[in-house]
Design a protein around this ligand. Structure first.
Ligand SMILES: O=P(O)(O)OC[C@H]1O[C@H](O[C@H]2O[C@H](CO)[C@@H](O)[C@H](O)[C@H]2O)[C@H](O)[C@@H](O)[C@@H]1O
Length: 369
């Protein structure tokens, strides 16, 4: 691949590194190599090489909420005091709306939205976590005003089937499958978007193998659901009797012992199995900012809204860059790198609607001046 600029979804990229292997093209013969571009940050892509050890701590961690619930050191602090102290540190993004939009003056807002627990409420059956038409409308309107990306642990196909909006960017499989709007008229309004980055493509056969093994082995534990998210897997224990969580953690650990290139992380009542590459939602956010031309720009205000431990990687990137805001969706105090909070998806919808109204009215004011 030559080091020349290529145009993908209206964005100009300069490929900086050759692709790590050609398997991507054998797996996706329809993808032109010119459309698959790796970010500068991929040059540094490394393996963590961490063996997954399952022990009693995992079960404690499975009991904790995600991200971890804040427990006050001062035993005397009541839950109400604890909550108000947390809200002082992470105020509602709705009550701080004016401060947020003031901070965006002269800057391009870029929206990053997690899916489960952020755009759709948490439900027992992962296949039923649909989003309301009202939320879809709010996201569609936001995407008309600002570049908008969905960043999720779900696989691309699944999340697209829920969101159904072609003009967005999607970072599925915890950011390991990034796609953007297709320029090809034929594919407009379809899920045939352009592939922008797939840093874990070589893991596809391994993930498929582990999926089959886990499906078979977990049959003995009622309520377990193994979800294939293409570049990663989710082992759901929301419907498993708590007494069997230890056995499940052990079983998953024993399978993963055979795969040192995979690691285990945790979300909301779910064990997540992922390649050990240093890639997460934070790296996906950086990739998308770079792809949109804002890698070193001071004129951008990224806003990331998410509810889960895996979203913390993105909140931390924003905090470290000193740029933009993370907004945690949670009703209870949790340890977080986010600056602000929202209580539930309904508040996320309100926040998006207010942003759109503000953007449209400031546009009208400019036109009239
Ligand atoms: O990154 P996200 O968009 O938040 O996706 C994370 C995981 O979300 C889904 O699981 C969660 O939501 C389910 C439906 O509400 C719920 O049943 C489950 O307990 C939650 O963990 C999804 O099913 C997973 O694949 C994602 O990794």
């Amino acid at each position: 691949m030559k080091n020349q600029n290529v145009l993908v979804s209206g964005i100009s990229f300069r490929p900086t590194v050759p692709l790590p292997n050609s398997s991507l093209f054998s797996l996706f013969p329809s993808i032109s190599p010119a459309l698959v571009v790796l970010p500068k940050s991929l040059k540094k892509l490394e393996f963590e090489n961490k063996a997954t050890k399952i022990n009693a701590c995992w079960v404690d961690s499975m009991r904790a909420s995600s991200p971890t619930r804040v427990r006050s050191a001062a035993a005397s602090l009541s839950e109400t005091d604890e909550h108000s102290s947390w809200i002082t540190r992470h105020p509602s993004a709705l009550s701080m709306f004016h401060q947020i939009v003031n901070a965006s003056k002269g800057k391009q807002i870029v929206m990053f939205l997690d899916y489960d627990g952020t755009l759709s409420p948490i439900v027992e059956d992962p296949d039923r976590a649909v989003m309301t038409n009202e939320m879809r409308e709010a996201v569609r309107d936001a995407a008309q005003c600002f570049p908008t990306a969905i960043v999720t642990g779900r696989c691309y196909d699944k999340v697209y089937s829920f969101v159904k909006l072609a003009d967005l960017y999607y970072a599925g499989s915890h950011g390991m499958d990034i796609k953007g709007p297709s320029k090809n008229q034929k594919y407009k309004n379809s899920n045939k978007q352009s592939v922008l980055c797939q840093p874990a493509s070589e893991f596809l056969p391994m993930i498929e193998e582990v999926y089959k093994t886990l499906e078979e082995k977990t049959k003995s534990i009622p309520g377990v659901r193994v979800e294939n998210n293409k570049f990663c897997l989710s082992v759901h224990f929301r419907c498993v009797d708590e007494k069997r969580w230890g056995a499940l953690a052990e079983l998953v650990g024993s399978v993963l012992n055979e795969y040192p290139k995979l690691k285990l992380t945790q979300g909301r009542k779910v064990l997540e199995i992922r390649p050990t590459i240093k890639w997460d939602k934070g790296r996906a956010l950086e990739f998308l900012l770079e792809a949109l031309g804002y890698a070193n720009s001071k004129d951008v205000l990224p806003v990331y809204i998410g509810d889960d431990r895996t979203d913390e990687d993105a909140f931390k990137v924003l905090r470290d860059r000193g740029q933009g805001f993370g907004i945690l969706v949670s009703k209870i105090p949790k340890e977080t790198n986010a600056s602000y909070s929202l209580r539930e998806p309904a508040e996320v919808e309100d926040f998006l609607r207010r942003l759109v109204e503000w953007k449209r009215s400031s546009h009208r004011t400019r036109m009239m001046a």
